[in-house]
Design a binder for this molecule. Structure first.
Ligand code: SIN
Length: 291
């Protein structure tokens, strides 16, 4: 399908595209929306520049893909429990998301994607990197693919959000991050290590350093070497793209096949984003209705 209503400009070879020709603060016409959905599935991460969104209009656009997830750990925008505040103030030293991960992998049905909208950005720095888990899977040897195929992995919220969090991003308690640390944070889900994308049918790796604890049936120590290999493999530069933020940029990534990493290279500056995490429920409703 050629694009007639939007312009799609790839950001890198494996992942990411900028989309031009659409104002997300207005209802998006059905034909344009179909093209955006195609661009999303084909590119995994899509970036819209120069948008002017309120929490309501951001949510209105996100509802074209699914309803919004309520996050148990993030601070939220006042009056919008489903819009997370991702902020770093000049006095904060740590940021949110400075480890390769996919959002909310510790629930049974992880979200479809996340939409992050930039309200305030540093003069330079604070980019977000994305990596294709399809590409990571497809470039493994047949032997490694066969080894991974039957494995499941255990994902846990406490790895990053518990009081004794071991995840790299949560060791300090930034004021701006204001995560709701809790021993009761335990939310555990088991997912296949090689996960098939429900819409494209492509296979990708589904483990991440923020939430994956170990392979099912193995200890954390036994799992660590192979997990480390996979994390290093998924971070190879050719599998990634890098989004440079501007005020008014909205980036929408597919949590089912993309990992992301928020760079913390803007000490002393402020960066403020609104995040809506989109559940994978609309597609299921459509599928059930069609059945
Ligand atoms: C996140 O991990 O969702 C935050 C990403 C970012 O701030 O760039």
């Amino acid at each position: 399908m050629a694009y007639e209503h939007i312009t799609v400009k790839p950001l890198a070879g494996a992942i990411g595209a900028e989309i031009f020709g659409v104002d997300l603060s207005q209802d998006v016409a059905p034909d344009t929306l179909e093209e955006i959905k195609k661009a999303f599935l084909d590119n995994l991460v899509i970036v819209f520049r120069d948008q002017n969104l309120t929490p309501d209009t951001q949510k209105a656009f996100s509802r074209n893909f699914g309803s919004s997830h309520i996050n148990d750990f993030f601070p939220t925008v006042e009056g919008h429990p489903d819009v997370q505040l991702v902020a770093k103030n000049p006095e904060d030293t740590r940021n949110v998301g400075d480890a390769w991960h996919t959002d909310v992998s510790y629930v049974a049905k992880p979200p479809l994607g996340s939409m992050l909208y930039a309200l305030e950005v540093p003069e330079a720095g604070g980019d977000t990197m994305f990596s294709s888990t399809y590409y990571a899977y497809e470039t493994l040897s047949d032997g490694m693919k066969s080894l991974l195929e039957p494995l499941n992995a255990v994902h846990s919220a406490t790895k990053s959000f518990g009081v004794n969090a071991t995840g790299p991003e949560m060791r300090t308690k930034n004021k701006a991050m204001a995560f709701k640390y809790s021993e009761d944070a335990e939310q555990i889900a088991v997912h296949p290590v090689v996960r098939t994308h429900p819409e494209t049918g492509r296979k990708g790796l589904y483990v991440n350093s923020s939430f994956t604890k170990h392979f099912e049936g193995m200890t954390a120590e036994e799992s660590a070497p192979l997990l480390k290999f996979l994390y290093d493999h998924m971070a190879r530069p050719e599998m990634t793209c890098r989004v440079r933020w501007e005020k008014g940029t909205l980036t929408f990534w597919d949590n089912r096949c993309a990992h992301h990493y928020a760079l913390n290279d803007y000490q002393g500056q402020r960066r403020v984003m609104h995040r809506v995490t989109v559940l994978d429920d609309l597609r299921e409703v459509r599928t059930e209705a069609a059945a």
